[in-house]
Design a protein around this ligand. Structure first.
Ligand SMILES: [Zn+2]
Length: 429
């Protein structure tokens, strides 16, 4: 008598489990995949129920036909966690891409009122349903690329009421879409037009007005600040994030993207969960991350999209023992990227990660970068049944064969997208 399970994926050439070790992976551990060859996975009640050799699981379990998948020697990976996105935005900025292709820099365009401030104007003017509709399509594409958990930041609103609206819309997206969303308050993304001449006043609004309401009225788990030359300096950043910590929010920082003004050092000192970008970080900055147990989130799609040819020092970070995670930074200005596989390819080609390190960076470590490492990012019994089934002979194909999606099916909380064709007797034996 076979035990009934909700779904059964069998005949996988590789089930990349990532193993039992629960913490973020650093140093040599960043390349540990714990692969089961000729493997299978059973799920029950939205959780991984069993993992092992295909033959064993097929004789022990049975699932409804529409939830039984012959992986046809493909690869089963944990669903990706994308731990840094700005995907809640209204309207795109193709004209800026054209300007950048003609030689203008991102910072020049921003100084003339483009960039984040232009997206703020669009966000404030757009109706809720328009923003939700566009953002749901972005999440659909992410799911199509194997992403099942997405961090989403506010930060195109920049007034108390509008930031609260942004965080409410993120909650609504989470309810409407199969992907799980983790919400981050980024009111300190830029200074809004109305406070450009009185930045101190905006910092006070952030600390005294917005943060108490964010903590009391929303499900935001993180507070983030764009700590950068010309945006929030280290002292302003410290005031915002220390207040956020007092209110129970955990920290992320946009640090050292363009200039090393001390963002990584601050992230290390305050024990931020992650510090992100880090292109310009000094050795001391990286040491602070290592000593503070901070996860480095690298965003090579942003460097690529900006045509900068400057990337975070991913190889160095791993050699130093800093856990490295990867994210798309999906946003309308500097990284119109929704594909984690593209980011993994760039991590291998431009920041010196191996394919195995990149896979760990996008699963185990990126789940930890949003505080979810105990619940997802590995294929072991008890964890959330978030999987992707690839048409590929090995996990290396994911980064080697770049530019498209290898995903045949995504399993989110045990539910299969899209529904697979019925397994015929001939292919099931
Ligand atoms: Zn960002």
């Amino acid at each position: 008598m076979k035990e009934r399970v909700d779904s059964l994926i069998f005949n996988a050439g590789q089930v990349v489990t990532m193993g039992q070790e629960p913490g973020p992976r650093r140093g040599p551990e960043q390349s540990r995949l714990d692969i089961v060859e000729d493997g299978a996975v059973a799920t029950k009640n939205g959780r991984i129920h069993a993992v092992g050799p295909s033959q064993d699981l097929r004789s022990a379990f049975e699932a409804p036909a529409e939830q039984t998948i012959d992986a046809e020697r493909g690869v089963v990976l944990p669903g990706f966690t994308d731990p840094h996105t700005h995907l809640l935005f209204a309207g795109t900025r193709e004209h800026e891409f054209e300007m950048r292709c003609q030689g203008r820099s991102y910072m020049e365009i921003a100084a003339e009122g483009g960039g984040i401030r232009s997206s703020v104007r669009s966000f404030r003017a757009a109706a809720d349903e328009a923003i939700l509709g566009q953002s749901l399509r972005r999440l659909d594409r992410m799911l199509h690329y194997g992403t099942t958990t997405v961090e989403v930041k506010s930060g195109y609103a920049l007034s108390t009421e509008q930031e609260m609206r942004a965080l409410r819309l993120i909650e609504e997206l989470d309810q409407r879409h199969p992907c799980d969303l983790v919400s981050t308050f980024l009111g300190a993304h830029e200074f809004p037009d109305e406070y450009r001449e009185d930045r101190e006043a905006y910092v006070r609004i952030l600390t005294d007005e917005m943060l108490p309401r964010v903590a009391a009225e929303t499900n935001a788990r993180f507070c983030d600040v764009f700590c950068e030359a010309g945006v929030f300096d280290v002292e302003q950043t410290r005031r915002v994030v220390e207040k956020a910590q007092k209110l129970g929010l955990r920290l992320k920082l946009h640090a050292d993207e363009f200039e090393p003004i001390g963002g990584a050092e601050l992230a290390g000192e305050l024990g931020a969960v992650s510090a992100d970008h880090l292109l310009a970080s000094t050795d001391q900055g990286l040491e602070a991350l290592r000593d503070g147990g901070v996860i480095a989130v690298c965003l090579p799609g942003t460097s690529f999209s900006l045509g900068k040819h400057v990337y975070a020092r991913g190889r160095k970070m791993i050699e130093m023992g800093i856990p490295v995670a990867l994210a798309t930074d999906c946003n309308p200005g500097s990284s119109m990227v929704d594909s984690m596989p593209l980011v993994l390819s760039l991590a291998c080609l431009e920041i010196g990660l191996t394919p195995a390190e990149a896979v760990v960076a996008a699963t185990v470590n990126s789940a930890h970068a949003v505080g979810e490492g105990a619940d997802r990012g590995r294929i072991v019994p008890g964890l959330r049944a978030d999987l992707q089934i690839l048409e590929a002979p090995s996990y290396v194909s994911l980064v080697y064969h770049l530019g498209g999606s290898h995903v045949r099916w995504v399993v989110k909380d045990g539910r299969v997208f899209p529904p697979p064709p019925p397994v015929t007797t001939s292919s099931a034996t």
